[in-house]
Design a protein around this ligand. Sequence first.
Ligand SMILES: [Fe+2]
Length: 188
Amino acid sequence: MTDQAALAPFTTLLDMELGTLDPQREVTERRLDDLRGMFLEEPEAGDSLVYRVYAIPAPATGANLLCSTTVLEPGTAGREYYMTKGHFHQVRDRAEVYLGLAGEGRLVMATEDGRHAVEPIRRGTVSYVPGGWAHRSVNVGREPLVFFAAYVGDAGHDYGTVERTGFPVLIVAGDDGPEVVANPRYRR
Ligand SMILES: [Fe+2]
């Protein structure tokens, strides 16, 4: 789908609990092996599924909106909860909206100059990720975390910057639930 003129209106059925789409179009899977180097304590090498992204394809242009649902499994690597890789948008000023559908999570955001924000994700939360903020979601619950996201079509994904710098904070399992702690490996 690259020709704007050829794009006709269409509808996708979203299972609000499971996050699956019908028809299912593009599915991306991330396993522990794909997250190597992102957890403070390296998990045992393995092919355990961490998350799936179900995308609704549209032309990747500034005139379009790209949408997807993410299903992030519960679990921990060391004390850190399972999380997505996280990214800046390649075009830095492009924004994104997250709609929480199921489970309990955190949306961790950071700017390149080191500011950070942590917002809740649960059924009904609508989180606004302004341009310039890297974003990562974290499942702090016992059930899959499910959310829907929509972003400007030409945003692109810059995973490399986050791989180099990390996020300023980590979400770890504490004695009384999730805790936000400084990331000792963070460097701007
Ligand atoms: Fe994004």
